[in-house]
Design a protein around this ligand. Structure first.
Ligand SMILES: Nc1ncnc2c1ncn2[C@@H]1O[C@H](COP(=O)(O)OP(=O)(O)O)[C@@H](O)[C@H]1O
Ligand SMILES: [Mg+2]
Length: 270
């Protein structure tokens, strides 16, 4: 069954889109079939990062003008990207007809997908939290910046107290060493342990590496441009970690994903 994984953060600019892109490509190189749903309304989106030029987006599909396979763009290493960005807000409050259409379209493709990554925006708005609740796994990205830590805590707190989410995977990005990464994880763990009823799973770290910044400038994925850099090796290990990740959450599959998304958005009355 397809695994749905939201990559999210409290603070913006921590590296979510780079992580989604490079992780997706690494998994694809290891023989997995990966789709990315770009669920960030922001400007620095995955299509820009990878130098792709999508002609259509999810709105064309919801309007009935295009099918899902017509709006999907093939990226490096065969990853599939669903450009949603500007239509994301709409995704959380569709009418019944559009909901069914969305589920139908995704279900038709789901046999060809092993992983669906959702590149969410930052913060605690419904555009972010709904995708986390709908996904089987939520990966919270944290960097050594103190504000990144406090914002990650704020996001986890909202997901826990408002929506009863209990399990979070924590990924540290832009760490200078494994000990720095572990230190950040421990700090987050200390506060959640004290104030919330959640369990945090440390899934590793991605080092700070100029090679990634160079790749961003040339609109290429670092795992393809500098495959032997420190950061690319880290993405490869992370891909293995994701492959071996046993989910205790039952929320797998596309149907579950959209059912959850529509249920939570309906409940809040958006
Ligand atoms: N591991 C890293 N090493 C060095 N720079 C990084 C790393 N991860 C992210 N960055 C920097 O942060 C910027 C923002 O990353 P991005 O993936 O767009 O963040 P987000 O999607 O969370 O807003 C990148 O353009 C890059 O300059
Ligand atoms: Mg982004």
């Amino acid at each position: 069954m397809i695994k749905t994984i939201a990559i999210t953060s409290g603070k913006g600019g921590v590296g979510k889109t780079n992580i989604v892109a490079n992780l997706a490509i690494s998994l694809s190189k290891k023989g997995k079939r990966v789709m990315v749903l770009d669920a960030d309304l922001g400007l620095c989106n995955i299509d820009v990062l990878l130098g792709m030029a999508p002609r259509f987006n999810i709105q064309h599909m919801l309007n009935g003008e295009k099918s899902l396979s017509e709006i999907v763009v093939k990226g490096p290493a065969g990853i599939m990207v669903v450009p949603a960005s500007s239509g994301v807000e709409e995704l959380t409050h569709l009418d019944e007809f559009k909901k069914l259409r969305l589920i139908d379209e995704f279900q038709a493709l789901q046999e060809n997908i092993d992983y669906l990554f959702i590149d969410t925006g930052a913060g605690i708005s419904p555009n972010v939290t709904f995708f986390c609740i709908a996904s089987q796994e939520t990966v919270v990205v944290v960097t050594p910046e103190p504000t990144s830590l406090t914002d990650a805590y704020a996001l986890i707190k909202v997901l826990n107290t408002r929506y009863q989410e209990k399990e979070f995977r924590i990924l540290i990005n832009q760490a200078r060493s494994s000990s720095e990464a572990l230190e950040i994880f421990k700090r987050l763990h200390m506060v959640t342990d004290r104030y919330l009823n959640v369990s945090l799973d440390y899934i590793g770290f991605i080092p700070y590496d100029r090679a990634l910044q160079k790749a961003v400038k040339s609109q290429k994925a670092v795992v393809l441009q500098s495959p032997h850099s420190q950061v690319s090796e880290a993405f490869s290990s992370l891909a293995d970690r994701i492959r071996n990740m046993n989910s205790s959450s039952p929320k797998g599959g596309i149907q579950f994903f959209f059912d959850n998304l529509f249920e939570v958005s309906g409940n809040v009355g958006v």
